[in-house]
Design a binder for this molecule. Structure first.
Ligand code: NAP
Length: 219
């Protein structure tokens, strides 16, 4: 499958590299086509890897991962052409975190009454935005077995049910998530809680001393 990745940070390059290893063709997108980070990633990966601008990667992917800095995600996505991205699935992993008050992060003020995922859906009105993976560490994203053999939960939300199923399939087939792991929180408005829980995640990380943990819902 052809996959676009918007974001050249730790999350974007980790997901991009994991997908190349699974045999997919991946374009890594950044602000500038030919960026140093983009070229370095392509040189390290070889066959199947390419780089370009954010619009290049969004147009290229049959499915696109959004791995952008939370504060600047909307600015970056405004460079895309929404009408060229009709019914394309965008997997939103971003967190709108504000670390300006030190190491106790808060949700950025702009996203306290509406989530960043909903703003992304507004920015890409013809596409299907699915939020998931934002509540786990980047290493766990690409191999769920790294915690308890994969026996834990992943939240997912979005307005289109078929798009959510396709995203689940992608994560099950490539990153070892289990079908029973997914907890569907409904429409994209569910992202308010998925983003809101992340400051709590950071405190748990500090308390237990490892980012390799996850939530498990018991009933
Ligand atoms: N680290 C984790 O384990 C983890 C877990 C869950 C969720 N997340 C979330 O995943 C997302 C990605 O995190 P990350 O650490 O990999 O990357 P990041 O450093 O947060 O973001 C990197 C990307 O943001 C773009 N960017 C930065 N400033 C910009 C600006 N002013 N305008 C437009 N684009 C800009 C960069 O563009 P260039 O490529 O052009 O430099 C780059 O592609 C974040 O929202 C983070 O909260 C991270």
């Amino acid at each position: 499958m052809k996959i676009g990745i918007l974001g050249t940070g730790t999350v974007g390059t980790t997901i991009a590299s994991a997908l190349i290893k699974k045999g997919h063709s991946v374009m890594l997108g950044s602000r500038n086509r030919g960026s140093e980070k983009g070229r370095a990633w392509v040189d390290g990966m070889g066959e199947g890897a390419s780089e370009g601008s954010f619009p290049d990667a969004a147009n290229y992917g049959e499915i696109v991962f959004i791995c952008l800095n939370g504060e600047h995600a909307i600015t970056a996505l405004q460079t895309l052409n929404p009408s060229a991205l009709k019914e394309k699935i965008f997997i939103d992993i971003t967190n709108p975190l504000d670390f300006s008050q030190g190491m106790l992060p808060q949700i950025l003020e702009a996203y306290r009454s509406i989530s960043l995922a909903e703003k992304i859906q507004e920015t890409l009105p013809h596409s299907f935005v699915v939020k998931t993976l934002n509540t786990v560490n980047y290493k766990l994203m690409v191999d769920a077995r790294d915690v308890a053999g994969g026996d834990h939960n992943l939240f997912i939300c979005g307005n289109n049910n078929e798009a959510k199923e396709q995203v689940k399939d992608l994560l099950i087939q490539n990153f070892h998530w289990l079908p029973q792991s997914f907890v569907d929180l409904g429409s994209i408005a569910g992202a308010r809680t998925m983003e809101g829980i992340v400051p709590f995640w950071v405190l748990v990380y500090r308390s237990i001393g490892t980012p390799l943990f996850n939530f498990k819902i018991m009933s």
